[in-house]
Structures are given as C-alpha cells and as structure tokens.
Design a protein around this ligand. Sequence first.
Ligand SMILES: Nc1ncnc2c1ncn2[C@@H]1O[C@H](COP(=O)(O)OP(=O)(O)OP(=O)(O)O)[C@@H](O)[C@H]1O
Ligand SMILES: [Mg+2]
Length: 293
Amino acid sequence: MSLNRSTAKPLLRVEHVSKIFARGREQFKAVDDVSIELEAGKTLGIVGESGSGKSTLSRCIIRLYEPDAGRVFFDGEDFTALSANTLRRKRQDIQMIFQDPLASLNPMMTVAKAIEDPLIIHKVGTPRERARRVHELLELVGLDPTAANAFPFEFSGGQQQRIGIARALALKPKLLICDEAVSALDVSIQAQILRLLQDLQAQLGLAYLFISHNLAVVEHMSDDIGVMHLGKLIEYAPVKEIFQAPKQEYTRTLIASVPYIPRPGGRHIRQPSLEETLIDPVQSASQRETTPG
Ligand SMILES: Nc1ncnc2c1ncn2[C@@H]1O[C@H](COP(=O)(O)OP(=O)(O)OP(=O)(O)O)[C@@H](O)[C@H]1O
Ligand SMILES: [Mg+2]
C-alpha cells in the first residue's frame, strides 16, 4: 500500500519492514510488511489498537529492534545498512517521546541536567554553551527557567512531558517519534501539549511520526494516517481521504467511535474545538446538547 502522492526524497522511507517475535513455540509477525513515507516538516499518524505493532514499527525504524525484513531510509541513508558507529551518530536526528516521560528521565538528575545530558553524551558545545542551550530549550517548551534546578518528579504530568520534549529537542532532531505522548494526560493538558507540538513543528520544521490509539488525536495532528491492525498497515492515505473514503471496515469502525468526525462523503457540520475532539464520546454527546452550534 502506498500514497499516490510520492515525493522523490522523503525524510523517512520504510520499505516492506517486518518484525517477527516468538510467542511460546509459535512465531508471529508483530510488524508485517509495512511501508510508509514521511516528508520533512510533516506528520504521519499511526493509529491502531493495543498490540497492533505501532511501537514495534517505531523501534524498527531507529533499529532498537533489528527488522527481520525490509529497509529503512532516513535522510538519504539506508539506516538498515549503517555500522553501529554511524548509526549512533545518525540516530541523533531521530528522537522519541513516550507516554511516561518520567520513566525516561533519571530521577537523580535535575531538569537542567536531564536536558543537557544528550548534549554531553554527544559531546556538543562547551559547558557554557550547553547551559545557554538548556535555557533556550526550557523557553521553547514553555517552562520557566527556574524549573532548571528542580527534579522532574516535582512537576505535573504535562510539565514532565514538556521536559521530555525539551530533552528530545536538545540535539536538533529532524524527526520526532511521539509514541502515545499525550495518552496519560488529562484532556485539557493533552490539548496544550498537542498545541506545543504543532507550534514546535511550525517553528523548527520537525517531522512527526505520531503514534496513538486515539484516532481523534491522530486526525488532529496528521497530514497522512496509517491504520495498523495485527501488524499490518491496512489503510494508508491523507487524513481527508481516510475520513471521507475509508477503504476498510476496521477503519470505518474506528471512525464511528470518534465524536465530531465527518461521515464518509460528508463534511464537518461544525468544526469542533480540540478539547471537544479529545473528550470521550459519551461526555461529548451531553456537551453537544448544551453547546450552541
Ligand atoms: N520484545 C518483544 N518480544 C516479544 N513480543 C513483543 C515484543 N515487543 C512487542 N511484542 C509483541 O508484539 C505485538 C505488538 O506490540 P507493540 O508494542 O508494537 O504494539 P502497540 O501497537 O505499540 O500496542 P500499545 O498500543 O499497547 O502500545 C504485541 O503482541 C506484543 O506483545
Ligand atoms: Mg505501543
């Protein structure tokens, strides 16, 4: 499956990637022949239920898992063929943020240290330059500079995610993989973090691989959407096409479960606010009755 619009040189091109795991004595394909493309500065959303292979696909892209088949091209290079050393260097250009930012932050490190850490590991700048960069990054993600000397656990979930984003941006990546990055947050905080990600994309020209089980969130963020089911990419198209003409029954079911989404062939009756899009269907139905159109 591929997009009709095919760019000559996408930032990321995944070609027929598969990943096999053992389950007892059986083997199964957690990722099954998946091909995707992502242009610089754009967002590809990957949606699918738990266990559909979203995280495994992202791990194959950065070779945290070695794919069993297929190839990954990033920024003109065949990632799957790189030596360990070159890979380590090139991997700076791809960073990840996760559902639980605290889990990826060292509890003994202050916020400033956590953000500076990747710069130290990759030997970037003098201590003074790094301190300036940390300050700049805190501002970029909307945190007060006084946050620098506190510890991550002292912050709310949304602020911790901002710290995670600042750390991920330290090395000026070209691609940010967001794996359920807002799933654990309250709806209003989710909206704030999604807006931050959109602002950062506009400002820095970042590409996002935006992974979520929540189609409403993915729709809001993405240019293209890939739907994964049992390791396969069962649908892959620009957002509008997915919603107006879904090809798979599975996709139709996903769409039906999301409030305020246009019906196939139809249009938005009323553009919902991001907060409205994020709240769950039952709540949103009662809200619809009280909110004037
Ligand atoms: N290291 C591993 N060893 C064995 N099986 C694995 C491993 N990692 C993932 N799996 C299995 O591969 C399948 C896909 O998992 P994956 O984590 O990619 O799904 P996911 O779509 O990210 O799900 P979720 O929405 O819950 O994060 C699952 O059946 C999972 O149990
Ligand atoms: Mg996952």
